[in-house]
Ligand binder design. Structure first.
Ligand code: 5GP
Length: 189
């Protein structure tokens, strides 16, 4: 197995990291998305094995016990998310770099593990208020789930300066262009 690089996009949910990651995947054929495993339910038009590996809690905990994750977390109460070692290897085996859309603590854990092979980018929304509007506007979460996401988002905004780069997402086109520049520089290094 060859070892490629890791490009980590982290942010509170609603900051726009998924949109930026999707943009980069279109621009750079040498990148491949790390499909995380999760115990949450499918949302909207998501597809199993494309957006996530949607698995049961039992299956998830079994994989934890067998050290199959490079990082995992109970991101929300009772809901687990994690990056499988086999997923990173799958992508490196096809000679690509791995790009992650992952929560803040998971992102920092990967950065600590892979150090100079990883670029950790924090996507910063204009404000907590804008973030709340974006999350509510999605209309895919219950009031209870939304409240949980708001609390987590507020905490995560405080972790920004632990990342290699803070990417401001005040305007999506500008953020995408800047993300392209950062990724190009890192993969050509
Ligand atoms: P969502 O439910 O909105 O898809 O994701 C919730 C949060 O979990 C997001 O911040 C997302 O980036 C994060 N997440 C997705 N996959 C992983 C993972 O493998 N590990 C960790 N730690 N967080 C993840």
């Amino acid at each position: 197995m060859k070892q490629g690089k890791l490009i980590i996009f982290s942010a509170p949910s609603g900051a726009g990291k998924t949109t930026i990651v999707k943009h980069l995947l279109k621009k750079f054929p040498s990148l491949s998305f790390s499909i995380s495993a999760t115990t949450r339910e499918l949302r909207g038009d998501e597809k199993n094995e494309k957006d996530y590996y949607f698995i049961s809690k039992e299956d998830f905990l079994h994989k934890v016990a067998h050290q199959e994750f490079v990082e995992f977390e109970e991101v929300y109460n009772g809901t687990f998310y994690g990056t499988l070692r086999s997923e990173i290897e799958r992508i490196w085996d096809i000679d690509k770099h791995v790009i992650f859309d992952i929560d803040v603590e998971g992102g920092l854990r990967l950065k600590r593990k892979y150090e100079a092979d990883a670029l950790a980018i924090f996507v910063q929304p204009p404000s907590l208020e804008v973030l709340k509007e974006r999350l509510s506007g999605r209309g895919t979460d219950s009031a209870e789930k939304l409240a949980e996401r708001f609390i987590k988002a507020e905490k995560e905004l405080g972790y920004a300066d632990k990342f290699d780069v803070i990417l401001k997402n005040y305007d999506l086109d500008t953020a995408c262009a800047e993300a392209e520049r950062l990724v190009k520089e890192f993969i050509e290094k």
